[in-house]
Ligand binder design. Structure first.
Ligand SMILES: NC(=O)c1ccc[n+]([C@@H]2O[C@H](COP(=O)([O-])OP(=O)(O)OC[C@H]3O[C@@H](n4cnc5c(N)ncnc54)[C@H](OP(=O)(O)O)[C@@H]3O)[C@@H](O)[C@H]2O)c1
Length: 175
């Protein structure tokens, strides 16, 4: 089984989005997300990103699909772009699981996709970046289920912003 990793950034209200976009612009944090999702153990391997249609469409047209990773967009419609689509989180995971060059599968958002993945305890690991402050978001990450336990934390300063990175792992004793 390939590792399934949920990656999300939240503010102090668990907010993740505002009017269909990211609520903050923190270049160092965007770079962290890119580096973490690009990293593989060998140059022959690549990671996959599974994301909801709204998150995919929130990316600038010239930046989608994001380079260096397989993208799979979850949608019930035809989106008319050269990117793989799936009709459910389960199907997206199955398709990525069958790709021989895919090392890890990242659950990339947004809220609907995070919610479905967390409700079914599909991710093995959660990478949560805590952005300090209240951004008046309209889209939120569900509370982290008790089936996950906090394994480690680290602090990263991006300019004047101190971001706390948390890593949660699924606790098999609680499943
Ligand atoms: N802070 C972060 O780390 C982070 C990360 C990612 C995204 N975001 C933000 O999150 C927001 C978007 O989140 P969102 O919850 O509104 O949208 P989303 O989860 O990105 O996409 C929702 C869409 O996904 C499709 N979908 C969801 N579940 C499905 C299912 N079971 N079967 C088939 N299709 C399904 C539907 O597309 P169709 O309508 O086409 O059927 C639905 O409209 C944006 O503001 C974005 O910037 C934040």
């Amino acid at each position: 089984m390939k590792p399934v990793i949920l990656i999300a950034a939240i503010d102090n209200d668990r907010g993740i989005g505002l009017r269909g976009s990211m609520p903050w612009k923190i270049p160092g944090e965007a770079k962290y997300t890119a580096q973490r999702t690009l990293r593989t153990s060998s140059p022959d391997m690549i990671n996959a990103l599974i994301m909801g249609r709204k998150t995919y469409e929130s990316l600038p047209p010239h930046r989608r699909p994001l380079p260096g990773r397989h993208s799979l967009v979850i949608t019930s419609r035809s989106i008319g772009e050269p990117v793989g689509v799936a009709t459910s989180v389960d199907e997206a995971l199955r398709v990525c699981g069958e790709m021989s060059d895919v090392e890890s599968i990242f659950v990339f958002g947004g809220a609907e996709i995070y919610s479905q993945a967390l409700a079914a305890a599909l991710p093995d690991t959660l990478l949560i970046s805590n952005i300090p402050g209240h951004y008046g978001c309209d889209t939120f990450l569900d509370p982290i289920p008790s089936t996950y336990r906090l394994e480690r934390t680290s602090n990263h300063k991006h300019g004047t912003v101190m971001v706390r990175h948390e890593t949660y792992v699924r606790d098999f004793g609680k499943e």
